[in-house]
Design a protein around this ligand. Structure first.
Ligand code: IPE
Ligand code: IPE
Ligand code: MG
Length: 240
């Protein structure tokens, strides 16, 4: 994408994407839903590389929600296998790609093999600072806030913190996203216009772009369109 100097200065440093529409993409082709997830995984690779090439520092992706356990065992199992493959590949290519991996969500409910891969990827990539991918995995925004509240309460009970002096900035340190700036832009493909429990705290002042394309069909040109739309927005943050 060709950017003016003004646009370069305004480029979002953090983009968050709800990777939605895999199932409908597969259905349209008469394929099983899992084929849609596989295609969606390829799209993720393409978009992550593209984000890096245009200078986006943080990319957060919604990969599996706390509500997605309602799906069939077959679909969940296939998703977990795709995630394991992706992470095993990420670990293998870590030194070449130098991407920092972070995981938002409650990893304790994942199968031990996947959980181990997540923790390894997070630990082994912690020193890469150029680009960061935040995988939201067994993630729910409400669950994140409740876990943060519990961790804060435990610190209060241990005498490490005082409840009276809690600030928004201090509370953010208890969220999964601690240390990560809020996304300026949240994109949801697939035509649905809702957040589905994705980063509710962090997106309080984000710009939202909803798009009609299904995630497996989403390409760099769609990301450009979303960013162009973002450039046209007037962000006021409550001011005038
Ligand atoms: C998003 O695609 C992927 C996950 C939720 C894991 P969907 O599977 O929700 O696709 P649709 O919305 O049914 O088309
Ligand atoms: C949100 O999509 C979760 C992910 C993309 C991982 P869903 O497909 O689960 O959301 P709803 O059910 O349409 O709200
Ligand atoms: Mg969906």
């Amino acid at each position: 994408m060709a950017l003016s100097d003004k646009e370069k200065a305004l480029m979002p440093q953090h983009i968050a994407i709800i990777m939605d529409g895999n199932g409908r993409w597969a259905k349209k082709r008469g394929l099983p839903r899992t084929a849609g997830h596989k295609a969606g995984g390829e799209t993720f690779r393409t978009i992550a590389n593209y984000c890096r090439s245009i200078g986006v520092k943080y990319l957060s992706v919604y990969a599996f929600s706390t509500e997605n356990w309602k799906r069939s065992q077959e679909e969940i199992g296939a998703l977990m296998i795709l995630l394991e493959r992706y992470l095993a590949e990420g670990l293998r290519d870590m030194e070449k790609n130098k991407v920092c991996f972070r995981f938002f969500g409650d990893l304790s409910r994942l199968n031990p093999r996947l959980r181990k891969l997540c923790l390894q990827a997070q630990e082994r990539s912690a020193d890469y600072h150029e680009v960061q991918v935040n995988f939201c995995l067994n993630y729910g925004g409400r669950d994140e806030i409740v876990r943060a509240a519990k961790a804060f309460a435990a610190d209060v009970a241990a005498g490490k913190r005082s409840a009276d002096s809690l600030t928004e900035a201090e509370f953010e340190n208890y969220l999964d996203s601690a240390g990560v700036p809020d996304p300026e832009l949240v994109i949801r493909p697939s035509g649905e216009q809702r957040l589905s429990n994705f980063l509710p705290w962090q997106s309080a002042y984000s710009e939202f772009v909803f798009m009609d394309v299904l995630w497996p069909d989403f390409g760099p040109e769609d990301l450009d369109k979303a960013i162009e739309e973002y450039f046209r927005r007037n962000r006021r943050f409550g001011g005038v």
